[in-house]
Design a binder for this molecule. Structure first.
Ligand code: DAU
Length: 343
């Protein structure tokens, strides 16, 4: 059936992968991407999508109520999926305000427009960071959808606020909302401020790989396309008013990730440099994706050994190298601020 789906943050890493998936697997749908293109969105990410007649791009800010109203009035989307967010924990520690503005107030603008023009679904893309962290010595514990919200950073607090607001709009106004919460994504087109692409970029250039603390913090890695398939499953099979956890069944300590990347690139471990830890650093994330598996028939299918090879191969390809160089150019100031003279 023909639908118009409005994706925000569709020039970013996960949002773009979701648009690609839709254009490929729902070719009768019209895909609208709204993205203000912050530092984290390399405009070349959507070069291919722009050639597709079913794809429309608006370079606009979700905080701009007037512009959002105009786009909703014109496009009349059936479905809204909100990926647009400031997403880097370290940056939120240095400058929280923009996280509150985009992640909370921007979400409210989109939901107000969704109410005004009527949508059949508003989906909020969330994160497992809203549950806080798990201790390293309790391998038996996992985040479920009923784990209490208990955030650590300004970033995760802004995302938790957005989730709560979305659920409140469902209960108070009857907006048909769903929420998904994912674990750490990886794959092509991820901005090189996040662990995996940053380490690939640095190792490729024989630069030091900055590992926070002792590198023992654990993350649950999910291949980006598996995550996007999970979101599509929530849209098509999920129940309104519900939260779904989407995890990778794939816990790894940071130091192990770094060593895997070095090995894959044929580089030595002497490149590893242990640096001062992140303030308030969450110890372990681990999602129990049972609900999504039972209710949506969703399971992550990409094994990490396969996904990481595909990811590294992409960053080593001509396209990946060019894309990465463009991002790194725009990132110099941040790399200095976060890594030089780390306290
Ligand atoms: O769980 C999902 C979340 O995963 C998303 O909601 C966030 O948007 C995303 O940024 C990510 O948060 P993390 O803080 O876990 O991701 P990041 O890639 O920044 O860091 C992963 C781990 O690697 C974390 O324990 C910190 C560590 N790290 C990170 C960087 C950038 C280092 O040791 N060195 C680094 O230079």
């Amino acid at each position: 059936m023909k639908k118009t789906i409005l994706v925000t943050g569709g020039t970013g890493f996960i949002g773009n992968c979701f648009c690609k998936l839709l254009l490929q697997e729902r070719p009768e749908w019209k895909v609208i991407n709204i993205d203000v293109c912050t530092y984290a969105a390399n405009p070349h990410t959507i070069d291919e999508e722009l050639k597709n007649p079913n794809y429309v791009f608006y370079k606009e800010d979700i905080r701009d109520r007037k512009k959002m109203d105009e786009i909703f009035a014109k496009e009349r989307p059936n479905i809204v999926v909100n990926f647009a967010a400031e997403s880097h924990v370290d940056r939120s520690i240095k400058n929280p305000t923009i996280f509150l503005e985009t992640n909370i107030l921007g979400t409210a603008v989109l939901m107000d427009c969704s109410r005004k023009y009527g949508v059949e679904r508003y989906h909020q893309v969330g994160t497992d960071e809203v549950y806080g962290d798990l201790p390293l010595d309790r391998k038996d514990l996992f985040f479920t959808e009923s784990t209490p919200i208990h955030t650590s950073s300004p970033y995760s607090t802004s995302k938790a606020s957005a989730d709560l607001l979305a659920l409140a709009y469902h209960r108070t106004y009857g907006l048909p909302v769903t929420v998904s919460r994912c674990s750490n994504n990886y794959g092509p087109y991820q901005f090189p401020e996040k662990l995996i692409p940053l380490m690939i970029a640095k190792a490729t250039n024989n630069e030091k790989l900055p590992v926070y603390g002792q590198g023992l913090n654990v993350r649950d890695w999910l291949y980006v396309e598996d995550h996007c398939r999970g979101i599509l499953a929530v849209l098509e099979k999920g129940k309104v008013g519900e939260v779904y956890n989407l995890g990778g069944h794939n816990e790894k300590a940071n130091i192990d990730i770094v060593k895997i990347i070095l090995k894959e690139l044929g580089k030595g471990e002497e490149l590893i440099s242990y640096v001062a830890d992140r303030h308030g650093h969450d110890q372990r994330y681990a999602i129990d994706p049972h609900k999504a598996n039972v209710e949506l028939d969703w399971d992550p299918i990409t094994r990490f050994e396969v996904g990481i090879k595909k990811t590294i191969a992409w960053y080593q390809s001509d396209l990946g190298k060019k894309w990465l160089a463009e991002c790194i150019e725009s990132e110099q100031e941040w790399l200095k601020a976060n890594y030089e003279n780390r306290d």
